[in-house]
Write a protein that binds this ligand. Structure first.
Ligand SMILES: [Zn+2]
Length: 235
């Protein structure tokens, strides 16, 4: 996998090779033994090209857990079908809504709430779940996800869900998220798929992996600060 035409300068401290399955360095690789679950609702993860959280990022790990899942890195795709690589109808898919939502307005007994274009809960919460074929997650920081949202107009044709999880993200203080419902990509996929497919096994397996990742991350924290990210120009 080396490119002979463009030799890389020797790094000062050689990096160990990342795991080809999960993309993590050996100290953070917890993917051994993960078997894909036969999910009915397909998953599509769109990742902003600058999302470089090699430590706590969960997109690839999420992919390993699910038989029907697609992972794409980029800024825009002409259509949902193009992003997926097969025919699909946006109105039969849902995307996690990124606009502002008054959390107090959400029904407290529901962890997945279907909202309208203004972010308000729909009166009928059952209809938006009927015939749902897939879920789209935008992976990246808040502003990166916003960019993906506005660059892909076909997302506006999708159903919109907001998560109102009973428990906060297992990230705890490892990541500064502005809102309680800001779950990791893995936790979001686990919550939606396990509830809508009525298969608790999805959430149990994925949550266990996430906790293993967090434990591995914490274990090697003193050696190196993985939270450090390259600063954007002008930031
Ligand atoms: Zn791995």
């Amino acid at each position: 996998m080396t490119d002979d035409t463009a030799p890389l300068p020797a790094p000062e401290t050689p990096e160990p090779e990342a795991c080809p399955r999960c993309g993590k360095l050996p100290a953070l690789c917890i993917c051994a033994g993960i078997e894909p679950i036969a999910n009915r609702i397909e998953l599509l993860i769109l990742q902003h090209p600058q999302e470089q959280d090699k430590g706590l990022g969960t997109a690839r790990l999420t992919l390993l857990h699910l038989a029907k899942a697609t992972f794409r890195i980029g800024l825009s795709w002409a259509s949902l079908s193009k992003a997926l690589g097969h025919e699909a109808t946006p109105s039969k898919w849902a995307v996690l809504y990124l606009g502002s939502v008054e959390m107090k307005s959400l029904p407290q007994d529901r962890e997945i709430v279907a909202v309208d274009a203004k972010g308000l809960p729909l009166a009928d919460q059952f209809d938006p779940l009927k015939g749902l074929q897939g879920l789209i997650l935008l992976d990246g920081t808040w502003s990166q996800a916003k960019t993906l949202w506005w660059r892909n107009a076909w997302l506006l044709k999708c159903r919109r869900f907001v998560l109102n999880p009973k428990r906060p993200s297992a990230y705890g203080k490892l990541r500064k998220e502005p809102r309680r419902e800001s779950l990791s990509t893995l936790e979001s996929a686990a919550l939606v798929l396990s509830r809508l497919e009525k298969n608790e096994g999805i959430e149990t397996a994925m949550q266990a992996s996430f906790e293993n990742l967090l434990a591995a991350y914490k274990a090697q924290q003193p050696k190196r600060d993985w939270r450090r990210r390259p600063r954007a120009k002008g930031a």
